[in-house]
Design a binder for this molecule. Structure first.
Ligand SMILES: Nc1nc2c(ncn2[C@@H]2O[C@H](COP(=O)(O)OP(=O)(O)OP(=O)(O)O)[C@@H](O)[C@H]2O)c(=O)[nH]1
Ligand SMILES: Nc1nc2c(ncn2[C@@H]2O[C@H](COP(=O)(O)OP(=O)(O)OP(=O)(O)O)[C@@H](O)[C@H]2O)c(=O)[nH]1
Ligand SMILES: [Mg+2]
Ligand SMILES: [Mg+2]
Lengths: 291, 278
């Protein structure tokens, strides 16, 4: 693992006296390999390591008796800094209901996570409601209905409507029913599908969400920056949820998405059950990516 | 950008970025760029020669992965288990395969053995209807082994040509869920000794290096002997096929290119080369 790799690397150099800048550079090439194997985007890894290199050289790693440990500390610090601020709760609207729009690629975990968020808000003593705005995937509305039932959260459906209509109806019903939070589930879609990206923009303009959460699969590879950037530029996102981190995916997509969109990670999905939603902690993610 | 003049370190870096960005992984990328460096020791390579050289080297790496599509069917009913991690596209791919086989005049049976996830049975029932094929299902919450048992018994008595068994998504690190696949295998063999003839692992085309870890685990636990890669209609290049192919020699049968009934094509190694180098 990383500590051993770097220690043995620097041990091998100790024999020839003082460490040089190019020694540090060589050590960081090894770290780059680790980051790329963890699915951190190529450019993101490069920019990140440049920053680490500057700090390492500037902070007297060259004169340190424990260079490996110092490099790792710098790596960890910079990673935590980049992954973002300590967790803050989701924004609330001035007038209820607060609307949260769930978006992302096919199969990333939006429907499941919508249910998890519903359960999460209920645990906090709030009165959430769900909107089934995926009218294209077979049995998507059924799926959200079942999930909502399990979570004890009502689900607004209209199998004859359009996604924009259902979203609008849901907001009205949320107001009428005294619900303080509306979570809108949408169909998975490609960021290069103009018509479907346009549809999301229309939904957003209709319900004016306080949060637009990009739900991404934790095992996504280099493509994470492409989809995240497109959603951020075309639709505007306010936060990210990374799912399926109960597996052994290293989750480098977290760093890539955060870097390229500038938006914070809010939650991570760690299982298929309703309670498997965790507030995001940069420290833990940094450990995971560095392996 | 790679199109002018002599090969230098910058150009090799650019090639490295192309390969990593396609999800080929560090190992495969290093081997390809090393080969590029070796070649430029002996002569100067011009810009567009770099790409054709790399394309040829990549093709060589994929040379033992033949064109995909159907394997040779040696027995009927031919039983395919479809497995993979959550959300990879298993259910949708079964719908597409069922349609493809039915259009060829084959008698197809879908076995809805995902009895776990909400509305999984309803979802695949819609696909069966779209493909115009029969389906055997159990209630959500029932034992998937029982559904496999009923499904294969029905396939034999109805003299079906193909059976497509849908299973619940599962992360390969969940030991008990992977054990469940062994159980489904045992149940299948009670009815048809050679079943499942095919265990098709469905991988999401946007998956990074975790795809290799998935493939290894599924081969171990459930005897995966074929691969399908979905969602390559997006911007992901699906390069993880390369390390999987090189390490596990799994034939890639199908590529998913969309959410519709017809959005499935047989794999050809040229597709990876074209996706990586454009
Ligand atoms: N292990 C695990 N599975 C998850 C997690 N989140 C979602 N899933 C599973 O991933 C699969 C896909 O989840 P969905 O909620 O249907 O994904 P989706 O984004 O709504 O899919 P589309 O609507 O088709 O785009 C299901 O099998 C879920 O149970 C997670 O954090 N961990
Ligand atoms: N764009 C695109 N979407 C696809 C493709 N294959 C599947 N999908 C979509 O991906 C999402 C998940 O597909 P499913 O078939 O439900 O995946 P699954 O593996 O059965 O999911 P679980 O059973 O929950 O594990 C759906 O929205 C599908 O329409 C593909 O080739 N291209
Ligand atoms: Mg969904
Ligand atoms: Mg399924």
């Amino acid at each position: 693992e990383l500590t051993d790799k770097l220690e043995s690397f620097f041990q091998g150099l100790k024999g020839r006296g003082k460490l040089t800048e190019s020694d540090v550079k060589a050590a960081l090439r090894e770290v780059r390999r680790i980051l790329l194997e963890a699915d951190v985007n190529f450019q993101v890894a490069r920019d990140f390591l440049k920053k680490v290199q500057e700090r390492a050289v500037g902070e007297e790693v060259l004169r340190s008796v424990t260079p490996a440990q110092q490099v790792i500390k710098i790596l960890h610090d910079e990673l935590v800094k980049l992954l973002g601020e300590e967790w803050t709760p989701l924004r609330r609207a001035k007038e209820p209901p607060t609307v949260i729009l769930m978006v992302g690629l096919q199969g990333s975990g939006k429907t499941t996570t919508s249910g998890k968020l519903g359960a999460y808000f209920r645990r906090k003593g709030m009165r959430p409601i769900l909107a089934a705005c995926d009218l294209q995937r077979p049995a998507a509305v059924d799926q959200l209905e079942r999930v909502g039932e399990q979570a004890g959260v009502p689900v607004v459906t209209n199998r004859q409507g359009t996604p924009v209509q259902v979203a609008s109806e849901a907001k009205q019903q949320a107001r009428a029913g005294g619900h303080d939070t509306l979570i809108v589930d949408t169909a998975g879609r490609l960021h290069i599908d103009d018509a479907l990206m346009q549809e999301l923009t229309e939904i957003r303009e209709e319900v004016k969400p306080s949060e637009v959460l990009f739900v991404a699969d934790g095992m996504t590879g280099q493509d994470a920056v492409n989809s995240a950037k497109a959603f951020a530029e075309r639709l505007g996102i306010t936060g990210v949820i990374l799912t399926k981190l109960d597996g052994d995916a290293r989750g480098g997509a977290a760093l890539s998405i955060r870097s390229v969109t500038g938006e914070p990670l809010r939650f991570i999905g760690i299982g298929e059950k309703l309670e498997d939603l965790e507030e995001f902690h940069p420290n833990r993610m940094a450990d995971r990516i560095l392996g | 950008v790679l199109a002018d003049g002599v090969l230098d370190d910058d150009k090799i870096d650019e090639m490295e970025e192309v390969l990593i960005s396609a999800d080929l992984g560090v190992q495969t990328t290093m081997e390809l760029t090393d080969r590029l460096r070796d070649m430029t020791q002996h002569r100067d390579l011009l810009g567009d020669e770099v790409i054709t050289t790399m394309a040829r080297e990549l093709e060589k790496m994929l040379s033992d992965l033949d064109a995909g599509g159907d394997p040779e069917i040696t027995e009927r009913p031919w039983v395919t288990f479809v497995v993979g991690v959550n959300g990879s596209g298993k259910t949708t791919t079964i719908g597409k395969l069922a349609n493809m086989f039915a259009r060829r005049g084959e008698k197809v049976l879908i076995v809805a053995a995902d009895t776990f996830r909400q509305a999984a049975v309803e979802q695949i029932a819609i696909w069966a209807d779209r493909a115009g094929v029969e389906i055997v299902r159990g209630k959500t919450g029932s034992d998937p082994g029982a559904v496999v048992y009923d499904g294969l018994s029905s396939a034999v008595s109805r003299k079906v040509d193909r059976v497509l068994v849908d299973t619940a998504g599962r992360l390969h690190t969940k030991v008990n869920l992977m054990k469940e696949l062994e159980k489904l295998d045992r149940v299948a063999k009670k009815i048809i000794p050679n079943a499942p003839h095919e265990v098709l692992l469905v991988i999401d085309g946007t998956t990074g290096q975790n795809g290799l870890s998935q493939a290894k685990a599924f081969v171990q636990a459930s005897g995966v002997n074929a691969l399908a890669v979905t969602k390559l209609d997006g911007t992901a290049k699906g390069g993880v096929i390369v390390p999987i192919g090189r390490e596990l020699h799994l034939p890639v049968r199908w590529i998913g290119l969309g959410e519709g009934l017809d959005d499935l094509v047989p794999f050809h190694p040229q597709m990876v080369v074209r996706a990586v180098f454009g």
